[in-house]
Design a protein around this ligand. Structure first.
Ligand code: SF4
Length: 251
C-alpha cells in the first residue's frame, strides 16, 4: 500500500511529470530555490525558539537574539548554488525579508506562552477511509493545546502574497492535518491557523464534519487518479522556473 502526503498530491496536481521524476523514479537533484531556503530557515528559527523558549527569556535583548538565530541558520546553510529566479533580487533581499518576518512574529507573540506546545514538526498519519486503504503522512509545523483544552494546528508560510479568505477555506493541507489530529487526540475542538509571515496576516478557521468529509472524498479522488495514471505528462508554466528538474531532466 502506498502512503501519500499533501506535497505528493500537490506535486501531481501541479505537474504529473514532476511527480513521476520525484516520487516514482526517485531522482534527487541537489538544487534549491531561495524561496524554499528562506522558508526552511524561518521554520528552523521558530522551531528552535519554541524548543528553547526558557533560554530566550533570559536574554537581555531577546528580539535581537532571535534575529541573530535566524542569521546564524542562514549563514550555516546558505550555498551559492541556490537559485534566485526573480530578476533584480539578490540573496540579501531575501535574508532581510526573512529577518523582518522573525521580528514581526516576535512583536506579536513574545514571550510565546499563549498555549502549551505539544509538538514541533509533529508527525501524524491521516486515514481517509475506514479500511485504511487511503493513507497519508503529514508533518505539522506546530501543534498547541490552548488553556481551554482545545488544539491548534499552526502552519508558517513565507510566500510573498497571502491568499484570499475564499482560497484559505478551500485549502486542503491543514484540513488533512485536522483529520489526523482528530484521530490521534479524539473529541477536542480543533482550530487551524495559517501564519503568513511576510505580511503578518493570520487566518484562523474551524472545519465542520461535512467539510472534512468533503476533503476526504476529494483527496481519495486525487489518489485514485494518480494510481490510474499511465502517462505522466509535463505541465509547462511559471512553476517550471522553480522546478529542480528544469534544464536537466525536463526542457
Ligand atoms: S520543468 Fe516544468 S514541466 Fe518539467 S517537470 Fe518541472 S514543472 Fe514539470
Amino acid at each position: 500500500m502506498k502512503i501519500y502526503s499533501y506535497s505528493k498530491l500537490s506535486t501531481f496536481e501541479n505537474c504529473a511529470f514532476q511527480y513521476k521524476l520525484r516520487y516514482i523514479d526517485n531522482i534527487k537533484v541537489d538544487k534549491d530555490t531561495i524561496e524554499r531556503f528562506l522558508g526552511n530557515t524561518v521554520h528552523s528559527t521558530l522551531e528552535y525558539t519554541y524548543q528553547n523558549r526558557e533560554n530566550l527569556l533570559k536574554k537581555d535583548k531577546p528580539k535581537e537574539a532571535m534575529t541573530e538565530l535566524f542569521n546564524y541558520f542562514w549563514r550555516k546553510d546558505y550555498k551559492d548554488s541556490i537559485t534566485i529566479v526573480k530578476r533584480g533580487k539578490g540573496a540579501g533581499d531575501y535574508k532581510s525579508a526573512g529577518a523582518r518576518c522573525i521580528e514581526r512574529y516576535f512583536d506579536k507573540y513574545y514571550p510565546f506562552d499563549q498555549n502549551k506546545v505539544l509538538g514541533m514538526e509533529e508527525r501524524i498519519q491521516i486515514k481517509l477511509d475506514a479500511e485504511g486503504k487511503y493513507l497519508l503522512n503529514g508533518i505539522i509545523d506546530r501543534l498547541d493545546e490552548t488553556p481551554g483544552g482545545g488544539l491548534e494546528i499552526h502552519d508558517y508560510k513565507t510566500g510573498m502574497n497571502p491568499p484570499s479568505q475564499e482560497k484559505i477555506e478551500k485549502e486542503r493541507q491543514l484540513a488533512l492535518y485536522h483529520i489526523g489530529v482528530a484521530e490521534k487526540y479524539g473529541g477536542r475542538k480543533i482550530s487551524l491557523i495559517w501564519h503568513y509571515l511576510m505580511s503578518g496576516i493570520e487566518f484562523r478557521l474551524e472545519k465542520t464534519e461535512s467539510q472534512l468529509q468533503g476533503v476526504k472524498e476529494e483527496t481519495m479522488g486525487v489518489i485514485n487518479e494518480i494510481e490510474a495514471t499511465e502517462e505522466f505528462k509535463t505541465h509547462k508554466g511559471p512553476l517550471c522556473n522553480y522546478c529542480e528538474y528544469f534544464g536537466s531532466y525536463c526542457r
